[in-house]
Write a protein that binds this ligand. Structure first.
Ligand code: SIN
Ligand code: FE2
Length: 214
């Protein structure tokens, strides 16, 4: 794991499709600062396991920062300005988060995209996110920007049909994935996380997903 991180900058970017790429190690230089913010904000809006509409408890723990937060419960998926757990607004999007998301979007040519929502996901061994489209956002012109921190995950990158067989890409600490334009509605997910020990995040993987909700 240590070695994978040492050589992170030598890994290549991966083009996933039109308007979609893995930017290898793009967030490495701010990773520690991102984690400090995650810890601070999760004291305000705690990580929780949300329920799906069907009543299943998600294996990934989540909270949000920004004006809008993605929530799921028995009545479905949607964006809310108030954290239902605390009854107060989600923690503010730190300028560092916004700056990183904008710089990553710029590289793919999505300049001017300003996210107003950031979902923070926490995975432990066994956590997974099944294939889905990010489709609760009113604004689908803006790309999705996703930052990986901690344990290595296997990202599933499918097609426009749920049945399209997904490609598998490893996501390392500091990697950023951007998908927008013709790839904005591609099915994606995260395979079951394998247990390991990461020097920065221990037994966890974190993921920040930036969207423009409104
Ligand atoms: C997501 O699709 O919302 C998260 C993806 C990830 O954890 O890498
Ligand atoms: Fe997603």
């Amino acid at each position: 794991m240590m070695q994978a991180d040492l050589f992170a900058n030598e890994r290549r970017d991966v083009e996933l499709g039109p308007g979609a790429a893995i930017l290898s190690g793009f967030a490495l230089d701010v990773a520690d600062a991102l984690m400090t913010h995650v810890e601070r904000m999760s004291a305000l809006s705690p990580f929780r396991h949300m329920e799906t509409r069907g009543g299943k408890v998600m294996s990934v723990a989540m909270f949000n920062c920004g004006a809008w937060g993605w929530v799921s419960d028995r009545s479905g998926y949607r964006y809310e300005a108030i954290d239902p757990e605390t009854g107060t607004p989600w923690p503010e999007l730190p300028p560092l988060f916004l700056d990183l998301a904008k710089r990553a979007a710029d590289i793919l040519g999505f300049d001017g995209a300003v996210p107003d929502a950031c979902l923070v996901n926490r995975y432990v061994a066994g956590s997974r996110l099944s294939l889905h489209q990010d489709r609760n956002e009113r604004d689908r012109e803006a790309p999705i920007i996703s930052v990986s921190l901690g344990l290595t995950a296997t990202f599933l990158w499918g097609g426009h049909q749920r049945s399209d067989r997904p490609a598998r890409h490893r996501l390392f600490h500091g990697d950023v994935v951007v998908w927008g334009g013709p790839s904005r509605m591609v099915y994606h997910g995260v395979d079951e996380l394998k247990g390991a020990d990461h020097p920065v995040t221990g037994a966890m993987r974190y993921n920040l997903t930036f969207r423009k909700a409104r």
